[in-house]
Design a protein around this ligand. Structure first.
Ligand SMILES: Nc1ncnc2c1ncn2[C@@H]1O[C@H](COP(=O)(O)OP(=O)(O)OP(=O)(O)O)[C@@H](O)[C@H]1O
Ligand SMILES: [Mg+2]
Length: 362
């Protein structure tokens, strides 16, 4: 049975007509963009799959009268490459771009922009390295530097404090931060049902299949995972020549195991792998732990090392921060929880440990 009518709507770069559960933020940012001529910057932080990219691209799309530019800073990670995206490849002034000084390059950028109605969305901004490059500084302070009025939207997985220097931070401002939470079951359900409506033929899928996809991805609250599961299930059902029901979803979920990025584990240092195993074993059947639990594993470990380890785990999508509680001496201590079943994580860890020890033997 043919289920998928519009494959492109299941691709991660598809921009849906409605960005569910983010309407208030979009309305607010859009209001500021359109209703005033003052420069403004928004910093939108969120874990993987919380809708950062879709929100940024949607804003560009809905502000057609603006000179809107979307740049992925993971792909374009140097000032030169970001500026050339902002200038636009078809711009006649882009021709000599590789050979001019940085100062000149920034000037060309400001010169080609209109005086106002500029919207720049920078995605994956956490990939920019501290003290390297000035582009955020310049764009957020363009007015002070004699440039045009720019509405800047910064999308990031990490708090800017972790990767930006003080001068740049101060230009970005403090009271313009938006934090996108992981999607709840009902939000995932809404995203998935709308997607299923545009992607699938009528009458080929069950409501229960959509509910099951939302339920199975609720733990991470990641819309990318949810849509991926929906797509994989539809493909499996098509192959079986069946309609898409919840049994197929469960089967797809079990066959194509949940997203543990093996690359994240492989890229971890050997001592981090060891720490992660210790942490999972210590946490036992529970999924929650505190930063002091890591310290308990190795009391001589400096705090900075503890936090670096936590950040590695967070960026890999293995854990999430829950809430802030009181730590030793009244200080702040974060509570975390595993976002993926720890048994599964242990299985993968064993594979990585085996490959480390066989590498050592060579
Ligand atoms: N609110 C939403 N409504 C409809 N679709 C959504 C929504 N949020 C996310 N999606 C869909 O989920 C997928 C992942 O979203 P998106 O790429 O925006 O997440 P992200 O926060 O940028 O993730 P990452 O940090 O991994 O880049 C995309 O296919 C997107 O279309
Ligand atoms: Mg993204």
């Amino acid at each position: 049975m043919k289920i998928i009518k519009n494959p492109s709507t299941l691709s991660p770069d598809y921009i849906p007509d409605t960005v569910c559960a983010r309407e208030d933020y979009i309305k607010f940012i859009n209001g500021v963009i359109r209703k005033s001529d003052v420069p403004s910057t928004f910093v939108v932080r969120g874990n993987p799959g919380t809708g950062k990219t879709v929100l940024g691209k949607y804003l560009v799309q809905m502000n057609k009268e603006y000179r809107g530019v979307y740049v992925n800073c993971y792909v374009h990670s140097t000032d030169r490459s970001i500026v050339s995206e902002i200038i636009g490849k078809d711009n006649p002034r882009a021709y000599d771009f590789q050979n001019i000084s940085s100062d000149r390059m920034y000037k060309v950028m400001f010169d080609i922009m209109p005086e106002k109605n500029n919207l720049i969305v920078l995605d994956e901004v956490h990939s920019l390295k501290k003290n390297q490059g000035q582009i955020l500084y310049l764009l957020s302070r363009s007015r002070e530097l004699g440039g045009p009025i720019i509405k800047l939207v910064i999308l990031t997985m990490e708090e800017p404090e972790l990767f930006l220097d003080k001068s740049t931070l101060s230009g970005l401002g403090k009271y313009n931060r938006i934090s996108l939470k992981e999607y709840s079951y009902s939000e995932l359900y809404e995203i998935l049902s709308r997607r299923a409506e545009v992607a699938f033929y009528i009458g080929t899928f069950d409501k229960s299949a959509v509910e099951r996809c939302a339920q199975l991805t609720e733990e991470t609250g990641n819309a990318r995972d949810a849509i991926e599961l929906l797509k994989t299930s539809a493909l499996l059902a098509e192959e079986r020549d069946e309609s898409l029901d919840e049994d197929v979803v469960v089967e797809a979920y079990n066959n194509f195991s949940p997203p543990i990025e093996d690359s994240s584990l492989i890229n971890m240092e050997e001592d981090e792998i060891k720490l992660l195993r210790g942490l999972i074993e210590q946490t036992g059947s529970g999924t929650r732990f505190k930063s002091s639990d890591i310290k308990d594993l190795d009391p001589s470990m400096p705090d900075s090392r503890v936090y670096r380890f936590l950040r590695v785990l967070e960026n890999s999508g293995f854990i999430k921060k829950n809430k802030i509680g009181k730590g030793y001496g009244g200080g702040v201590e974060n509570e975390y929880s595993f976002r993926i079943p720890t048994l599964l994580l242990l299985e993968r860890l064993t594979l990585v440990e085996d490959s480390i020890s066989s590498r050592k033997k060579l």
